[in-house]
Design a protein around this ligand. Structure first.
Ligand code: ADP
Ligand code: TPW
Ligand code: MG
Length: 579
């Protein structure tokens, strides 16, 4: 966590006899630790906390729903390595934010959910206070750590603990419970200032033992058909140069999990993304760097991994991740920057790159697949299919490599992930480990706020609906966010029928010809309606040039999608139902 000059500036000592209060101690504790952006929804008891934060020079962004403020905070943590902070009211606001806190924990993003709460005496006797809920107990199983502060003089240490818990080791979500009474408590201002704690080295380096490094190098040396898999932990670690050096020096082909795309540019000579099936099946040694062997990698076994026996090298900061699904031949437990640095040192000057028949086979497969796909991406069909629309967006992303891409949906997600190349680290933000719908506008807002870059959101029409109201937030803060809604009239497709012939439409179907572009216009943003790839190209180009809130309703063939995109196989099958 980098400290800027302003974070570390000593505050002036308060005059003797002056008072401070809980509100201001929370603000001072956050600012002292370099946290200046807050994602929030106001209300009792934290409305004034937000006002005071703004008055004290923090950037406080108010959302329309806490879940999106929470998703914004979570991805802010991922982008900056500082915990993103979401601020909510008690019970219902807290619960709305809790989904995002659990999501942050699941995805290993550092985040702090700060919620106001009602009076402990009443909550604990269950006497029915305003928005009564035992929030601390409810948060605990869903995050890395949960703390409650009862005394103003403990605010400094509580904020410090929350920050360290969020960013150290495996990053994740932390809950901080601030009862209403705490915020109004007063104390001597000088004592208050002295009670604040600046977190020193919040995410300390964690080095693997020398034997672990040697073991990993021995496994890699004996490989005939090695593969590297980069995950979003590698992207998070910001060890970009070292990771690139490791790939290039080792000469090992690599694939990137969704959000690790662009960590090295997707047009890199060793990128095997378009030969994914081949490298998973045929590799004999796999080095995982900040990627878990969870469902997204078929748990490291089964059909997708073929019959070739594999040895795994696994770099992760969490020791419990080793042997989670299959045996790990060379566990390297430590932070990625340190682990990769030690591997590079150990490789020395005479490292032998993998046999050329393996490299050539991978590149031949990749190039053939890329060539096969190319003409489909050039089509100008009306109605648009996913390939025609994404061909346009692929070219726009290539021309604007600093732009941040946010992506959710089913077909919209899966096609965009494989079609759109990324060229820089941490530019692709998507549904993460859960495949959750609803991250769209929250992540877009945080990406714009934290990076200052143009944001492009590629959203399924269903996916967009989960956070669509936040386009008002995007307009209110005049953020450079261009939302493209892939409007195929439903979840996966717009063509399902009600088998009874009744007047209700099928459960996956939405209003026909919906005009999402008009929603954006309602709040003063730019709305576009695109029915062909050419029109889509024009609209996105214009929106990006304007650098203002924009929404393009991209009409996609309602037949074009498939059930659950690429993961239809995960749906259970009924043996009795008629389809
Ligand atoms: P993906 O979904 O891209 O495969 P995952 O979220 O499954 O990635 O895995 C990310 C992994 O990275 C987690 O197991 C987490 O513990 C690990 N991780 C996060 N930050 C670091 C770091 N700085 N050093 C080492 N491991 C890290
Ligand atoms: C919080 C289940 C997975 S994908 C999806 C849903 C509802 C929407 C797919 O339709 P969309 O994309 O976005 O229009 P497309 O291109 O295929 O038509 N609730 C949550 N998360 C998930 N994942 C779901 C429901 C789901
Ligand atoms: Mg859809």
């Amino acid at each position: 966590m980098a400290n800027t000059a302003t974070d570390t500036q000593a505050q002036e000592a308060p005059e003797a006899g002056t008072l401070t209060d809980g509100f201001h101690l929370v603000i001072d504790a956050l600012k002292l630790n370099g946290i200046t952006n807050i994602y929030n929804v106001p209300g009792i008891p934290i409305t004034d906390l937000g006002r005071f934060m703004q008055a004290e020079g923090m950037r406080i962004l108010s959302f329309r729903h806490e879940q999106h403020a929470g998703y914004a905070a979570a991805i802010a943590g991922y982008l900056t390595q500082k915990p993103g902070v979401c601020l909510t009211v008690s019970a219902p606001g807290f619960l709305n934010g809790l989904t995002a806190l659990a999501h942050a924990t699941t995805n290993c993003y550092p985040m702090i959910l700060i919620s106001g709460s009602s009076e402990r005496e009443i909550v604990d006797l269950m006497q029915g206070d305003y928005e009564e809920m035992d929030q601390l107990a409810i948060a605990k199983p869903l995050c890395k750590a949960a703390y409650r502060v009862l005394h103003a003089e403990d605010i400094g240490i509580a904020v410090a603990r929350a920050i360290r818990a969020a960013v150290s080791g495996r990053p994740g979500g932390v809950y901080l419970d601030l009862p209403a009474a705490l915020l109004g408590q007063t104390m001597d201002a000088l004592k208050g200032q002295q009670s604040l704690v600046k977190v020193i080295d919040p995410a300390p380096a964690q080095l693997p033992a020398p034997e672990a490094v040697t073991r990993a190098l021995d496994v890699l040396k004996s490989a005939k058909k090695p593969l590297i898999i980069l995950g979003k932990g590698a992207a998070y670690s910001q060890a970009d140069d070292k990771i690139r050096e490791l790939v290039e020096k080792s000469g090992i082909p690599y694939i990137a999990m969704s959000m690790a795309k662009g960590l090295l540019p997707d047009d890199h000579d060793l990128y095997a993304g378009a030969a994914r099936s081949l490298v998973l099946k045929e590799s004999d040694t796999v080095m995982l760097i900040g990627a878990r062997l969870n469902w997204l990698l078929s748990h490291g076994k089964g059909k997708q991994w073929g019959t070739e026996p594999k040895k795994f090298v696994h770099i992760d900061i969490d020791p419990k991740e080793m042997d989670s699904n299959v045996e790990i031949a060379a566990p390297m437990v430590g932070d990625i920057a340190s682990c990769v640095g030690l591997l590079l040192d150990g490789m020395g000057g005479d490292w032998k790159t993998p046999p050329s028949d393996w490299i050539n086979a991978v590149k031949a497969k990749r190039d053939a697949n890329v060539e096969k796909m190319a003409p489909r991406l050039q089509n100008n069909n009306v109605p648009m299919d996913f390939h025609g629309a994404l061909g346009v967006l692929k070219r726009i992303v290539a021309d604007n490599p600093d732009m941040v891409l946010v992506n959710e949906g089913a077909n919209t997600l899966d096609f965009a992930r494989s079609i759109i190349d990324m060229f820089k680290p941490r530019k692709r933000l998507d549904v993460g480990t859960w495949g959750v719908m609803g991250i769209g506008m929250g992540q877009a807002i945080a990406a714009a706020v934290e990076t200052g870059e143009q944001v492009l959101c590629i959203e399924g029409d269903s996916a967009f609906g989960f956070s669509g109201m936040e386009i008002e937030t995007i307009c209110r803060y005049n953020l450079p966010v261009c939302v493209v809604v892939f409007n195929n009239g439903g979840i996966y497709r717009g063509t399902d029928k009600n088998p009874t012939g009744g007047s209700d439409v099928a459960p996956t179907v939405f209003v026909k010809d919906a005009r999402y572009d008009k929603m954006m216009e309602a709040f003063g943003g730019l709305g576009f309606y695109a029915t062909s790839p050419d029109e889509l190209n024009q609209a996105v180009t214009e929106a990006i040039k304007a650098g203002r809130p924009a929404l393009i309703n991209a009409v996609i063939d309602e037949n074009a999608g498939t059930e659950s995109g690429r993961i239809g196989n995960l749906n259970p099958q009924s043996v009795v139902a008629k389809k």
